[in-house]
Design a protein around this ligand. Structure first.
Ligand code: HEC
Length: 99
């Protein structure tokens, strides 16, 4: 499953990802659990977006593969490839715009 997703993500020519669309998705769908703005630190161990940016800085494809699958306790969002690209572009942006 993971390898099929990886194949899809790399095989489909990516439209220019839109970090500002990703930012909108992040505040709508991820901020409930994750600290999205880069000036804040998570208190409960859930990785902040800043921590994700660091972890995945040199492997954006791994981040996209991760986002293609639901993670507990995240509800299965079934993100489209476009949304995944936008989210990844936002997460990996060098400096995240504050809310
Ligand atoms: C209901 C809560 C919840 C929501 C909503 C949620 N997450 Fe998570 N997420 C978590 C938790 C908890 C972890 C830590 C899981 C673990 O370490 O096993 C996590 C981990 C992650 C990780 C880190 C994976 C790694 O390598 O450690 C990424 C990336 C991530 N989430 C992205 C997102 C994105 C993007 C969204 C919005 C589309 C989102 N999450 C929505 C709870 C949530």
């Amino acid at each position: 499953m993971t390898s099929i997703v990886a194949l899809l993500l790399t095989a489909i020519p990516t439209l220019a990802a839109d970090p500002s669309a990703g930012r909108g998705l992040a505040f709508k769908w991820c901020a409930e659990c994750h600290v999205v703005a880069n000036n804040k630190v998570s208190t409960d161990g859930t990785p902040s977006f800043a921590a994700m940016a660091k972890d995945y800085a040199d492997r954006p494809e791994a981040l996209k593969v991760f986002l293609a699958q639901p993670h507990e306790p995240m509800p299965p969002l079934e993100l489209s490839i476009r949304q995944i690209d936008d989210l990844a572009a936002f997460i990996l942006a060098p400096s995240l715009p504050a809310k």
